[in-house]
Design a protein around this ligand. Structure first.
Ligand code: 13P
Length: 250
C-alpha cells in the first residue's frame, strides 16, 4: 500500500496575523489542485484561529507546533489539546528538536504528549533526530532507537495508526546542510525497523516518516522521490508561498 506523502510547514516563531493572512491568500490558489499529497501548516498559537479560518474548506490542514500533555490546568504559557480542537486544529508537532534543546523536552514528555494527542484524535508528528556530535560519534542509530522507544512507550498498535514521524537531523535544521537523500533514507529505514519491532510490520509499513532539515525547492525532488521518504517538514522555505508551493510540487 502506497503511503500518501505529507508536506508540512513549520513556521516556528515567524509571521504576524496580517502576514499569515497574506500567505494564505497567495498560497491556497497555488495548491488548490494539489491532491496527490496532504499539506499541513503549523503556525504559532496566536496565529492559529485566523489561519484555521483562512484555510477553511481548502486542502490545507492546520496544526499546533506544541501542545501540553495535561487536559487543562495551571500551566502558564501552554496550550491544551482541547483548546486546539475547539478552534478546529487537527494536527500537532511533538518533540521538535528546538523544544528538546531550548525547553527541556525529554522523551518522557514527548511520550505523554503523544498519548494525549492520540486520545483526542489529534494527528501527531513526532520529531526525532541526532545532533552533529552524535552523528560524528557513530551514534545516530542508537539515538533514533532511544527516541522512538521513549516516544512510543505504552502506545499500542491499534492506537498508533495516526502517528507520523519526522526525522530531522539537528545539524541540518536551519543550516543549509541537508542529509543526502541516501542518508535520510538510511535513517528512515532504521526508524521503520524499530517501529516494526515495537508495533509490528503492518503498522510500521503504513507509518509515514517525513524528512526535515533545510528542505528547499531545489532539493525537494531528490529527497521526496526516495521511496522511504514520505514527506517533508519544512522550516525556512515554507514561509514564502511560492517557495512552499514549489516544494509541494516536487
Ligand atoms: P529548516 O527547513 O529551516 O531547516 O527547518 C527544519 C525544521 O526544523 C522543520 O521543523
Amino acid at each position: 500500500m502506497a503511503r500518501k506523502k505529507l508536506i508540512a510547514a513549520n513556521w516556528k516563531m515567524y509571521k504576524t496575523p496580517a502576514e499569515a493572512k497574506a500567505f494564505f491568500t497567495e498560497f491556497l490558489p497555488l495548491v488548490a489542485a494539489q491532491t496527490r499529497d496532504e499539506i499541513a501548516i503549523f503556525p504559532s498559537p496566536v496565529l492559529l484561529p485566523g489561519v484555521i479560518e483562512a484555510a477553511k474548506g481548502s486542502n490545507v490542514a492546520i496544526g499546533a507546533q506544541n501542545i501540553h500533555f495535561a487536559e487543562e490546568g495551571a500551566y502558564t504559557g501552554e496550550t491544551s489539546v482541547g483548546q486546539l480542537i475547539a478552534i478546529g486544529g487537527t494536527h500537532t508537532l511533538i518533540g521538535h528538536s528546538e523544544r528538546r534543546q531550548y525547553f527541556a523536552e525529554t522523551d518522557e514528555i514527548v511520550n505523554k504528549k503523544l498519548h494525549t494527542a492520540l486520545k483526542h484524535g489529534i494527528i501527531p508528528i513526532v520529531c526525532i533526530g541526532e545532533v552533529l556530535a552524535e552523528r560524528e560519534a557513530g551514534k545516530t542509530e542508537s539515538v533514533l532507537k532511544t527516541q522512538i522507544n521513549g516516544a512510543f512507550a505504552g502506545i499500542t498498535a491499534e492506537a498508533a495508526a495516526p502517528i507520523v514521524i519526522a526525522y530531522e537531523p539537528v545539524w541540518a535544521i536551519g543550516t543549509g546542510k541537508t542529509a543526502t537523500p541516501e542518508m535520510a533514507a538510511e535513517a528512515h529505514a532504521i526508524v521503520r525497523a524499530e517501529v516494526a519491532k515495537l508495533l509490528g510490520p503492518a503498522v510500521a509499513n503504513a507509518m509515514r516518516i517525513l524528512y526535515g532539515g533545510s528542505v528547499k525547492p531545489d532539493n525537494a525532488s531528490a529527497l521526496l522521490n526516495q521511496a522511504e521518504i514520505d514527506g517533508a517538514l519544512v522550516g525556512g522555505a515554507s514561509l514564502k508561498a511560492d517557495s512552499f508551493k514549489a516544494i509541494a510540487s516536487y
